[in-house]
Structure formats: structure tokens, C-alpha cells
Design a binder for this molecule. Structure first.
Ligand code: NAG
Ligand code: NAG
Ligand code: NAG
Length: 322
């Protein structure tokens, strides 16, 4: 969800004390405090060197015990940085499907051969990037499947979890609870990773493993999201008991609070999943969109003497949730 931010972004924004105009070489090792070596005009003319430096330093976020756990392949929410040294301090040992989505999207690009993703993941040996991503995706799938075995009530989806141990566990405040919003991001990230893996014959087995996980969420999505009549589903669901399988007579799902996930932005990824794969009637499919239509509002933006520009009214509008 949206309350926790990933602190690695500050890596790239630290401003150096000694400006020295120079063009960093794409592919080389840029100096740490590189931003002042660029002028705005240079970046506007050709942003590639700047992007390359950002990716290089951002890529330091991709370390065991900083942004992910190399033992089980799972993301961490983030790690705080010492504002003076830029070094990692306290780690958030928890994470969620939304952070998983970011990690998996990056790997999808690496597997598809993106030079930018390789710059982030493996700048000294860009050719190794796809294999790095594949190895972590292999571990991650095992962790997801084990989680589904231990906590079948989530129907394959993820709550906020603690990822420090080999097998992830729901954080204390997400026992028997699951968010639709974050999982909407996750399923489409996995969808894209499968697309990337499928185009390489060496990755077919892994692609099939992930496809099986993804296909399973198609069967459980409507139930776990407490899909109600009238095309409504809600952001948060309470499970009777996370250890009971989805179709166990002892299992049940109920909505937490009265909010519905009917916004035209953050909740939309899960809506699409239900629409395409949730096994809904045509009537319910149509209702999914009808109930959210009133929230699609246009606004005239007038700022700094520019405008009016017609934009879609947002709420949080965090980039990874739009
Ligand atoms: C992981 O990082 C934390 C700081 O966030 C540190 O206390 C701990 O020792 C590290 N663990 C390992 C195995 O390096
Ligand atoms: C998840 O667990 C359920 C219940 O045990 C099982 O039926 C299903 O096949 C599992 N899903 C995957 C992808 O293994
Ligand atoms: C789920 O049910 C099992 C078996 O009845 C019980 O031991 C466990 O405490 C329950 N877990 C939760 C989180 O309610």
C-alpha cells in the first residue's frame, strides 16, 4: 500500500559539495555524488548518461539484507540510510505485494534483456543480469508456494509479511487479513515476468511454475477479495483463519469496514484481473466499471500560469499504484 516509501530513491538525489562539470561515461563507475556533474541543459539535451548514473547508484539498493533476502528471494520494504554517509542503517524486515511488484517488474525487464535493468542489477557484468533475475525468481516462487501451503486462506495472494526467515509469515497486523490493492499490482508484475521468461527456451520451466501460481489466483480472486453482489469488492478482507484453505467449510471472507475498491486508479489493477480472469458473470463484469464510473472525475489544472490542462482527479496517485 502507500504509506511506506522505499528509501533507496534518496541514493540518487544526494547532492555533492564540489561541483565539477564533467560528463560521466555511460557504463563506467560514476562518482557517488554525481548529480552536480550534470547541468540541467545537458540532461535535457541527452539524459542517457544521467540515467545511467542514477541506475548505477540506485542499483546498490539491490543487495541482500538491504532490499531483498537472497535466501528466499523476497523483497524487503526498504532500508534507512545514514543521511551523512549514505550507508544503510535500519532495515524494514517486512514487505508486501506492492514491493514484490516493483522487484518483479525490474526482473521482467532484466530477463527481457533491458540494458537499463542490467545497469541496475549487474553494472560490472551486464550480461549476467538475466541469470541473476532468474535465480531470484526461482527462489521466490518456492517461497510463494510454501506460503500458500502454510497459509492457504490467502488463496495464493500475499499479506504484509515478515521476510527475514526462510519462510515468510504475515506481519502481526496482517494475520487473517489481505489487501486487494497491492495484490493487483503483484499479479500484473508476475504476468509480465512470465511473458519475458516465455520468450527464452531456458526459462520455460520457471515460466510454467509462475503461470501455475498466477492461474491459481484466477480461481481465488473473486472469493478472497470478498467480491460482493453489484460488482463491488473492498480493499481489505478479513479471513476467518489464514490456515484454512479457500474452499474449506470453516473458511470465510468478510469485508473490513465499508470502503469499496472502486477508484479509477489504485484499485484498477485488481479490477482488471477480476474482469478478465475472475470467472464473473457478464453482469458483474459490467458492474465493476459502472460502480467506479462516478469516481472518474476530470479537473482543470491551472498552475504557475500554465493551463488549463484537463487531468484525471487522483487521490494518492503514488506512481507504483497508478
Ligand atoms: C542485516 O542488516 C541489519 C541492519 O539493517 C544488520 O543489523 C544485520 O546484522 C544484517 N544481517 C546480516 C546477516 O548481514
Ligand atoms: C495453493 O494451495 C491450495 C490449497 O492447498 C492448492 O490447492 C493450490 O494448488 C496451491 N496453489 C499452487 C499454485 O500451488
Ligand atoms: C487457525 O486455526 C487453527 C486450528 O484451529 C488454530 O490453531 C490457529 O490458532 C488459528 N489461527 C488463527 C490466526 O486464527
Amino acid at each position: 500500500m502507500l504509506l511506506l516509501i522505499t528509501f533507496a530513491l534518496t541514493f540518487a538525489l544526494i547532492v555533492g559539495a564540489f561541483p565539477k562539470p564533467q560528463q560521466a561515461q555511460a557504463g563506467g563507475t560514476p562518482k557517488c555524488r554525481f548529480s552536480r556533474t550534470f547541468s540541467q541543459a545537458q540532461i535535457l539535451k541527452d539524459p542517457s548518461s544521467f540515467i545511467s548514473d542514477v541506475l548505477y547508484w540506485e542499483g546498490n539498493f539491490h543487495q541482500n539484507n538491504v532490499s531483498y533476502n537472497s535466501g528466499n528471494g523476497m523483497s524487503y520494504d526498504g532500508t534507512l540510510l545514514d543521511e551523512t554517509t549514505g550507508l544503510a542503517t535500519a532495515k524494514h524486515p517486512f514487505s508486501a505485494a506492492s514491493k514484490e511488484a516493483l522487484q518483479i517488474m525490474l526482473y521482467a525487464h532484466a530477463i527481457a534483456g533491458s540494458p537499463q535493468a542490467a545497469r541496475f542489477l549487474s553494472p560490472n557484468n551486464p550480461g549476467a543480469a538475466p541469470a541473476i533475475a532468474i535465480n531470484i525468481m526461482t527462489l521466490k516462487l518456492q517461497t510463494y508456494l510454501q506460503f500458500n501451503k502454510t497459509y492457504p486462506g490467502f488463496g495464493g495472494f500475499l499479506p504484509w509479511y515478515t521476510g527475514d526467515s526462510q519462510n515468510i509469515v504475515p506481519t502481526w497486523d496482517w494475520v487473517n487479513r489481505v489487501p486487494a490493492l497491492d495484490n493487483g499490482e503483484l499479479i500484473w508484475a508476475v504476468y509480465s515476468a512470465i511473458q519475458a521468461m516465455s520468450s527464452n527456451k531456458n526459462y520455460q520451466t520457471l515460466a510454467q511454475g509462475w503461470q501455475a501460481w498466477l492461474d491459481y489466483t484466477k480461481l481465488t480472486a473473486a472469493k478472497v477479495s470478498s467480491m460482493q453482489e453489484m460488482g463491488q469488492f473492498v480493499p481489505l478482507q478479513i479471513l476467518q483463519n489464514q490456515s484454512f484453505p479457500v474452499n474449506d467449510p470453516r473458511q470465510s471472507y468478510k469485508c473490513e469496514g465499508s470502503g469499496t475498491l472502486n477508484d479509477p486508479y489504485e484499485g484498477e489493477l485488481f479490477t482488471w484481473w477480476l474482469y478478465f480472469f475472475g470467472g464473473l458473470s457478464q453482469k458483474d463484469k459490467n458492474l465493476l466499471w459502472e460502480v467506479k464510473r462516478p469516481q472518474l472525475v476530470s479537473v482543470e489544472d491551472n498552475m504557475g500560469g500554465v493551463g488549463p490542462i484537463t487531468v484525471q482527479k487522483g487521490y494518492w496517485f503514488s506512481a507504483h499504484e497508478q
